[in-house]
Ligand binder design. Structure first.
Ligand SMILES: Cc1ncc(C[n+]2csc(CCOP(=O)(O)OP(=O)(O)O)c2C)c(N)n1
Ligand SMILES: [Mg+2]
Length: 593
């Protein structure tokens, strides 16, 4: 085996069958080795960003494998960056193998440091270091062998994330022996349970649970990343413990759960936000409480509660600075052992009846627009209709923009898997990610909910869908521009739509989509959306024509706490909904409706 063949054999041993790639001079040995391997194949995409986004989706839809890309040096490697960042911020394990120029041609071999000596030579390792868990260049085949094992283990352990291994061409050609060496796991940085004082953790949480009358749990994606969603949901349901979720957390439980009260945050469900703001104990599991959840005015977040955050990453806990949160460094992989000894929080009768009152009044009742009143299509109604028509085991991948808010506010997942890229949130995520999802789970329908702006950003991947005959249904929530930005400009820039309306236009997607040989449907009325569109085999674009001024509702406008969202409710309704903790209405930027 040479180094290139060794890499492919290693991937095969790690259950990796697909490698997402755009070829180039510096990775051709590895490409050729894949071509000669019977169990590993490459998938040719049309932009390396899409390869990295495809890789980001793989673990999300199948926890038994991680996504892998292969690219050439220079522009091939730099094109991966957005996708690598996606996996880094969302803690998704991926492995990126970049080809590098021969070490003989490399600046590293010189005493002086010119910018470049080899053609397309780029120091990708240093470029991606801040957005990878680990990045390394290997200079020998022996190093390659060790780093593959080490890199893979780092990607899947502890707080997971992307790893990049840069392999010069001479190493790809070097003799590597005839067997794979899976060295003892050295670098695995799990937070071992012995390093945590389990008894005192249990005691402390127990003390808080016992004294709480209005407990609430935030279900964060960390629970799913740790693979303990079944145990945690079982505990919540068995003990009637109310919970709300983050957007990313929504991927990991059945939203029909009686004790689920919606998703929280700036664009969260009204009722869920009220509940959160009125609890007296907030147990945050695997959620980093970013600005989209707490708003920049953090002081008003869960103002009447003791907030307990359990997180795998000390830096995430440290970032809370002088907030008086109780912080516990703990790997939720072992949380089931903690659950066994936890007291059951006792909700007061007032709290329980309030929870269900809020659910009755607000849960799945938010309506961005009502088509019957305004005549324009309501994005909320569109999402709900799609939700009703698609199969329950569908994978739903959401874009970035108004479209994210509409989808997460309205989609009700039972056995579906719904995800977006939450941290990096690049436009164009769904098309790239769909390749990884559809390749990894060929028997599950893949549905994208994308904006017209986002669709433009990886539109070239329609060809990959076509070439591999993948079955992906792409719903475009088409408002003819960058809706979420315009809504922000409405508030802060007197509706001057600079670079969101002025300067931006969208093409007629129909001839473009048909040019790729992909089916196309226009939707002007809710009733235009039908089951056939989703059931007909082959990829299709479903182009939903929204009014360009369709707003995201509800939404926290900057300066307000999360329980005072636009459109503003009346003062009596506000007081009713916030009956346990007094909140002053800070500022009404728009009239009460
Ligand atoms: C790669 C990238 N560039 C810029 C942005 C900033 N951004 C966030 S949403 C958005 C507009 C998205 O438009 P569209 O996909 O049509 O969604 P809409 O808000 O109209 O629903 C922009 C420009 C981004 N998230 N990603
Ligand atoms: Mg748009």
């Amino acid at each position: 085996m040479n180094g290139a063949e060794y890499i492919v054999e290693f991937l095969c041993q790690k259950n990796i069958q697909k490698v997402y790639t755009v070829t180039g001079g510096a990775c051709t040995y590895i490409i050729d080795a894949i071509g000669r391997h019977s169990d590993v194949d490459y998938v040719c995409v049309h932009h390396e960003q899409a390869a990295a986004l495809a890789a980001d989706a793989v673990w999300r839809v199948d926890h038994s494998q991680i996504g892998v890309t292969l690219c050439t040096s220079g522009p091939g490697a730099t094109n991966l960056i957005t996708g690598i960042g996606c996996s880094f911020f969302d803690s998704i394990p991926t492995l990126h193998i970049s080809g590098q120029v021969n070490m003989l041609d490399h600046v590293g071999g010189l005493s002086k440091s010119p910018r470049q000596t080899g053609f397309q030579e780029t120091n990708i390792v240093d470029v991606v270091r801040p957005i990878t868990k680990y990045a390394v260049r290997v200079d020998t085949v022996e190093q390659l062998k060790e780093e593959l094992v080490k890199g893979y283990d780092i990607a899947i352990s502890g707080r997971m994330g992307p790893v990049l291994i840069d392999v010069p061409m001479n190493v790809q050609k070097e003799e590597a022996g005839d067997r794979i060496e899976l060295f003892a796991e050295k670098e695995v940085n799990y937070l071992p349970i012995e390093s945590v004082d389990l008894i005192s953790l249990q005691d402390e949480i127990n003390g808080l649970l016992i004294s709480s009358l209005r407990p609430l749990v935030i279900f964060g994606s960390g629970i799913g990343l740790a693979g303990v969603e079944d145990e945690v949901v079982g505990w919540l349901e068995k003990n009637s413990i109310p919970f709300v979720s983050s957007w990313s957390g929504q991927a990991y439980f059945d939203h029909d759960s009686e004790y689920y009260f919606g998703n929280i945050g700036v664009y969260g469900n009204r009722g869920a936000n009220y509940i959160l703001q009125n609890c007296d104990l907030l147990l945050v599991l695997g959620n980093r409480l970013d600005t989209r959840q707490r708003t920049p005015g953090r002081g008003s977040f869960a103002a009447g509660a003791t907030v307990v955050v359990i997180d795998i990453d000390q830096a995430e806990l440290d970032k809370f600075g002088d907030c008086n949160y109780v912080r516990k460094l703990f790997d939720l992989r072992w949380f089931p052992q903690v659950l066994e000894y936890l007291e059951i929080p006792r909700s007061s009768d007032e709290w329980t009846s309030y929870l269900f009152e809020m659910k009755q009044k607000y849960f799945r009742k938010d309506l961005s627009e009502s088509s019957t009143v305004t005549g324009a299509l309501s994005p909320t109604e569109v999402i709900r209709r799609i939700n009703d028509l698609i199969e329950v085991n569908s994978i739903v991948i959401v874009g970035c923009g108004g479209v994210t808010c509409w989808a997460y506010q309205s989609f009700h997942a039972t056995s579906h898997t719904i995800f977006t890229n939450g941290g990096m949130a690049p436009m164009g995520y769904p098309l790239g990610a769909s390749l990884g999802a559809a390749m990894t789970c060929p028997n599950r329908p893949v549905i994208l909910i994308e904006g017209d702006g986002g669709f433009q950003m990886n539109i070239q991947e329609l060809q990959t869908l076509k070439h591999y005959d993948l079955d992906v249904k792409i719903v475009i929530m088409n408002n003819g521009g960058y809706g979420i930005i315009k809504q922000f400009q409405d508030l802060w820039f007197d509706s001057r739509y600079e670079a969101s309306g002025r300067g931006v236009s969208m093409p007629n997607f129909e001839p473009i989509v048909r040019g790729y040989g992909i089916n196309y449907h226009t939707v002007r009325l809710l009733s235009d959306i039908n089951k056939e569109m989703f059931l007909t085999p082959g990829s299709a674009v479903i182009d939903v024509q929204l009014d360009p001024n369709t707003l995201i509702k509800p939404k926290v406008e900057m300066g307000n706490p999360i329980n005072d969202q636009f459109p503003y409710v009346t003062d009596p309704e506000f007081s009713q909904a916030n009956r346990f903790v007094p909140y002053k209405r800070v500022r009404k930027t728009r009239p009460t409706n």
